[in-house]
Ligand binder design. Sequence first.
Ligand SMILES: NC(=O)c1ccc[n+]([C@@H]2O[C@H](COP(=O)([O-])OP(=O)(O)OC[C@H]3O[C@@H](n4cnc5c(N)ncnc54)[C@H](O)[C@@H]3O)[C@@H](O)[C@H]2O)c1
Length: 309
Amino acid sequence: MYLDQLLKKLADKNVITCILPPGEQEKKLKTAHKIIDRLLENGFGRDATLISLGGGVVCDITGFVASVFMRGVSFIQIPTTLLAQVDASVGGKTGVNHKLGKNLIGTFYQPSAVICDTAFLSSLPPEEMSGGLAEIIKYGLIYDRDFFVWLQPNVSNILKQDMSSLGHAVQRSCQIKAEIVAQDETEQSIRAILNFGHTFGHAIENQTGYGQWGHGQAVAAGMVLAARLSAKMSLISEEDLEMIKSILSKAGLPVEPPKINVNDFIDNMKADKKVKKRKIQLVLLNKIGEAFLTSEYSEEDLIKVLGAS
Ligand SMILES: NC(=O)c1ccc[n+]([C@@H]2O[C@H](COP(=O)([O-])OP(=O)(O)OC[C@H]3O[C@@H](n4cnc5c(N)ncnc54)[C@H](O)[C@@H]3O)[C@@H](O)[C@H]2O)c1
């Protein structure tokens, strides 16, 4: 959609393009292989620069290819969805999916630049705006209570693409993610809090078949489950839980997961990358604005939380 404009800017460079059909199902090794074939067939080598122009799928796969092609070439992210602007393009996680789970194949590899222009978002359907908002709300929940409080009355302005609110939300989200990643690039400790809602969310995406539930929508339902477990453990109050559900609903996001058999849900969560000593590690909330990674929860509570939904 925005490719011609970009190609005009790069008219004096040797550029080839690779257009992927939309959808999560394209985020696979086979597609990465096809891109590498195109690069090799066209004589590109170590001095190539890859540019992603698209949503998170394109960001992740471009970063992955950049990290393995010729043992690593430079790449630039130009994210065009809200989710990709506030999350997928920042932080250097790249990857493709495996049939057993999301992002099971990937690398940590930083882009040379990330170019976020909120003007791209004008053509985005409302459900994609909502999906991005799930990650924006996540930043408030895990790291910055003031940002969460600011978001409460501003969610509808962001959905309507009021440029001032949207600009602030994108900027603050990128800042928070960059601050967290700078402390722990390869996710040995604090970076794990960015996965709040994601272990549940990835299981939802996998169980329903990739693409049926948007990533942000699955993460939103996942955040409610994580918050519910936090409330069950008396870490946050029932009022906090209601506040979280309310802001997600205002953002047009689901607050309940789809019907999934509890055992299948748990098996699927175990296939995610966050299992230590056979126990799923989860990100829970200590309070709004502070999250932590733990395996100190009772399986019984987890089953109750999954079963209640
Ligand atoms: N690497 C990371 O740290 C990280 C973080 C979060 C999410 N992700 C990944 O990001 C992916 C989800 O990203 P997404 O939500 O952007 O989905 P997506 O890339 O599938 O894009 C969603 C849809 O929007 C379309 N689109 C893109 N830009 C558009 C525009 N400006 N106007 C109209 N339509 C447009 C796409 O063609 C696609 O159909 C998942 O694979 C997820 O795992 C990665």
